[in-house]
Design a protein around this ligand. Structure first.
Ligand code: CDP
Length: 232
């Protein structure tokens, strides 16, 4: 008896900074053997290029020319068992996590040309479905027809602590106040920008994970995913 493979779906995960979206998306993708795409890494990579080449973000021509010179790709890393993002053939997966990039990325991600550049590539990555993508506008703009949409949130202080614990490993000088300030600033810009602001899609399930550990969270979202795959 042949078994029909389950129909693949698109899973869109959106939410505020540092609420564990990427961790959750990565775990889900691994369980389902789907592709995981961290759309935030793409905006961080663009921001890194703009910082390195001193792009004046108020000059539309400079922004357009810079975007023409950017090639982004995700390449599987056998050692870490995850995809690394490459900017013009350079692995920048670690560098984009620095606070110097985090402090500029939201202003750059608010630019219309930057968004259409990234969104077109994200949509192409999802054309065969079987993808879990996390970001700010995935369920609203990138994949408005995604079969499963999750909007993740957590208490602000929980998010600050989680991000601080992540960053302190590689940057011993970082202060909790710097982390808090950056998250507050980015959340403000992301929710107030004109282009694709962060908002919960009407058909997204709200998940507050302040009091959930990773195992509990994964069990919950896997149940939602399996339900959607069954119905698809
Ligand atoms: O890891 P964290 O949740 O802090 O942020 P991220 O996912 O790495 O995204 C970095 C920044 O990119 C966000 O603060 C947004 O300004 C921007 N972003 C966006 O505008 N749209 C997306 N789909 C993903 C990220």
């Amino acid at each position: 008896m042949s078994t029909t493979p389950p129909n693949k779906i698109i899973i869109a995960i959106d939410g505020y900074s540092s609420c564990g979206k990427s961790t959750m998306a990565k775990q889900l993708a691994a369980q389902l053997a789907y592709t995981f795409i961290d759309s935030g890494a793409m905006y961080r990579a663009i921001a890194l290029y703009f910082i390195r080449t001193n792009v004046n973000i108020n000059n539309q021509d400079e922004v357009k020319t810079a975007l023409q010179n950017i090639k982004l790709s995700f390449i599987w890393n056998e050692r870490t068992q995850q995809s690394d993002i490459y900017l013009n053939e350079e692995n920048i997966a670690t560098e984009i996590r620095e606070l110097s990039v985090a402090s500029k990325v939201s202003a750059i991600a608010a630019i219309a040309e930057v968004r259409s550049f990234a969104v077109a590539q994200q949509q192409a990555m999802g054309k065969d479905k079987g993808i879990v993508m996390d970001g700010r506008d995935i369920g609203t703009v990138v994949f408005p027809n995604a079969e499963l949409k999750i909007f993740v949130t957590a208490a602000p202080e929980v998010r600050v602590q989680r991000r601080y614990q992540e960053l302190i490993v590689t940057n011993l000088d970082i202060s909790i106040d710097d982390v808090r300030k950056n998250l507050e600033e980015r959340d403000y810009i992301d929710t107030h920008r004109k282009e694709s602001p962060l908002v919960q899609a009407r058909d997204a399930i709200l998940l507050d994970n302040s009091n959930l550990n990773r195992t509990e969270q994964l069990a919950l979202v896997m149940a939602w995913a399996n339900e959607k795959i069954k119905d698809n």
